[in-house]
Ligand binder design. Structure first.
Ligand code: ARG
Length: 586
């Protein structure tokens, strides 16, 4: 909370001193070291450089104009122009109070809301969603939730893979091998079966491959029979995807699959060629380096045997078919024309890094002006590993289907709930197990730095101690229970006055909720929020151990109950940003 309040006042002061300055870059962050106070700002130095001013002088002038006596003790200018802020206990109490009265939850709506398109999940048609899909889905969903909460306009788009050469094989399979009874019973495994069978056959039998090619050509030419089958495969797949999204609590504003962009593909390639961005090469069309950036930063060059060689991206194959990159260029163009976003975020695994660097670079050359108005970000992530340290897809015996993994998570959670809470009715036990099981899988995924690989571990993710969802969900139930048992509901004159060390520590951490949300949205890293919530739970535990709540009396009791109430609210809202639910009992 204070980061926004201080930032607002500081920006006003900067504006007064330098009306021409770009004040947006003047940001306040929680101090990295408590030695320097509670909050810090180090933006004045670069601003001074831009204005050709002495940084200390600028800092002194700004501080002279700064009206923050109600929030902080006198500001300290350190070194060449760092500002350090120390929050007054009275200001801390005021902010806690206004939060208690529902005026905010330690964050303010963004002053400059941005339109952000988030492209995530994006599974392929005719295949079951596997455990790997939890990554893109959980990450993308939590970024969408966080940015939305901060007041940004978010458009989520599921860019499903519903077009491409695999449909040639699938069509042959559908026409020659399909078992309608199996399809009726459980469509995706049947589609996977026919695909595998035809794919294997085509490797030995050139006639099958030829057949597949012919079916694909017919589909592309709009043959009604093939179009009908293709649409049915998409429909069946979307039923499966949708049931998974409902279960995970994930919603999309748009599901514009790759095929949606077919009408524009020809035009994209023509435009790229006309503008000299793409050129012909052995009957195909591709984008090559324009040698405007150093080779090491050029996605169209690659170093082989100590030499820089061409590493073009194909936009049309020699048989006339378009590529994955062509679709992404058409998609990018469509999104900019349709929603004018300030930012487009693509959440996929790290193996697509080169693809997105090439697509972004090609787009900048194709539409430099439009590209200058948008920030394009590839938010990539590493792999999920089995206990053997190998990517989990290869682990033997156990299913890696997402549905099976979620089932198992709920079953394992149910065993624990039955053991710990035999007193609860079976329906409540199952509901707790559902919330805990799904939360555990998502949290395990969101907690590590997204770019590192992590080991999938049932024991670790379901542990009630440690940095896990069940631990946070349990701390939530504890805080909420104290509030209930205390019969607490904040009235107009409830006050919060933290005085004990552990109360102050908890309060100071609570007010930083908003700063963490902003960082998650700016750096696309929900793991910051995970760690913030884990620390919050720790501060809450220490407070709860050190300070009697229900046994204290009068205003002290109310103030402590208010801290419990605010902790519960922040834990619940924070977990919600991660796509994780809570229950009132565990
Ligand atoms: N369907 C793709 C895959 O499974 C992911 C698509 C990501 N989004 C995009 N605009 N390329 O790898």
């Amino acid at each position: 909370m204070f980061h926004s309040l201080l930032e607002e006042r500081l920006q006003r002061a900067v504006q007064a001193v330098r009306p021409d300055a770009a004040v947006g870059q003047v940001q306040v962050r929680p101090a990295t070291d408590p030695k320097f106070g509670d909050y810090q700002c180090d933006a004045l130095m670069s601003l001074a450089r831009e204005c050709r001013m002495n940084p200390r002088q600028l800092a002194t002038d700004v501080v002279a104009r700064l009206e923050i006596a109600d929030l902080c003790s006198p500001v300290e200018i350190a070194g060449p122009g760092f500002l350090n802020f120390r929050i007054l206990p009275s200001a801390l109490a005021t902010v806690l109070q206004s939060a208690l009265h529902g005026e905010h939850l330690f964050f303010l709506p963004a002053r400059a809301p941005r339109t952000v398109v988030i492209d995530f999940s994006s599974p392929n048609v005719a295949k079951a969603m596997h455990i790997g899909h939890i990554r893109s889905t959980a990450l993308g969903d939590s970024l969408a939730r966080t940015l939305r909460l901060l007041g940004h306009r978010v458009i989520t788009d599921n860019h499903i893979g519903d077009w491409g050469t695999q449909f040639g094989l699938l069509l042959v399979g559908w026409k020659t091998l399909l078992d309608p009874v199996a399809l009726e019973r459980d469509p995706i495994p049947e589609l996977e079966r026919i695909y595998k069978a035809v794919s294997a056959r085509s490797k030995e039998d050139p006639a099958t491959l030829e057949q597949a090619r012919a079916e694909l050509v017919r589909l592309q030419a709009g043959d009604p029979e093939n179009l009908g089958i293709w649409q049915e495969m998409i429909r069946l797949s979307r039923v499966q995807f949708d049931s998974m999204y409902t279960r995970l609590g994930v919603e999309f504003d748009q599901t514009l699959g790759e095929s949606f962009y077919n009408p524009w593909m020809r035009g994209v390639v023509d435009a790229l060629v006309t503008q000299g961005v793409a050129r012909e090469s052995a009957g195909a069309y591709a984008v090559f380096s324009d040698h405007t950036v150093p080779p090491k930063d050029d996605p169209f060059l690659i170093q082989r045997d100590g030499e820089w060689q061409d590493n073009p991206v194909l936009v049309q194959k020699s048989d006339g078919a378009f590529n994955y990159a062509t679709t992404d260029l058409a998609t990018l163009d469509y999104r900019l024309r349709t929603w004018s976003p300030a930012e487009i975020v693509y959440v996929t695994d790290g193996r697509q890094q080169l693809h997105f660097r090439q697509v972004f670079a090609a787009f900048r050359r194709w539409q430099p002006e439009a590209a200058a108005r948008v920030k394009l970000v590839h938010v990539w992530f590493g792999s999920i590993l089995g206990e053997n340290g190998k990517p989990i897809q290869t682990r033997s015996g156990q299913s890696d289907k997402l549905a099976d993994v979620l089932d198992e998570a709920e079953e394992r959670a149910l065993q624990v709930v039955r053991e710990k809470r035999p007193d609860l009715a079976p329906a409540e036990q199952s509901e707790i197990a559902r919330v805990v099981g799904l939360g555990a899988v998502k949290y395990q995924d969101l907690l590590p730095n997204r770019q590192s690989d992590y080991v999938f571990s049932w024991d670790k993710m379901l542990a009630l101690q440690g940095n896990t969802a069940p631990y946070l969900q349990y701390q939530y139930t504890r805080a909420a229970k104290v509030v209930r048992d205390g019969g607490f509901s904040p009235g107009p004159d409830s006050t919060v006055a933290p005085t004990e060390r552990s109360e102050v520590a908890l309060a100071r951490h609570l007010v930083n909720f908003g700063a963490v949300l902003v960082t998650v949205g700016a750096e696309y890293r929900p793991n910051y929020l995970c760690n913030y919530l884990f620390e919050l739970a720790g501060f809450f535990s220490s407070f709860y151990e050190a300070c009697p709540v229900l046994k204290s009396e009068g205003p002290l009791r109310d103030s402590r109950l208010a801290l419990c109430e605010l902790t519960a609210r922040v834990l619940k809202q924070g977990l919600n940003c991660l796509g994780i639910e809570v229950t009132e009992r565990m």
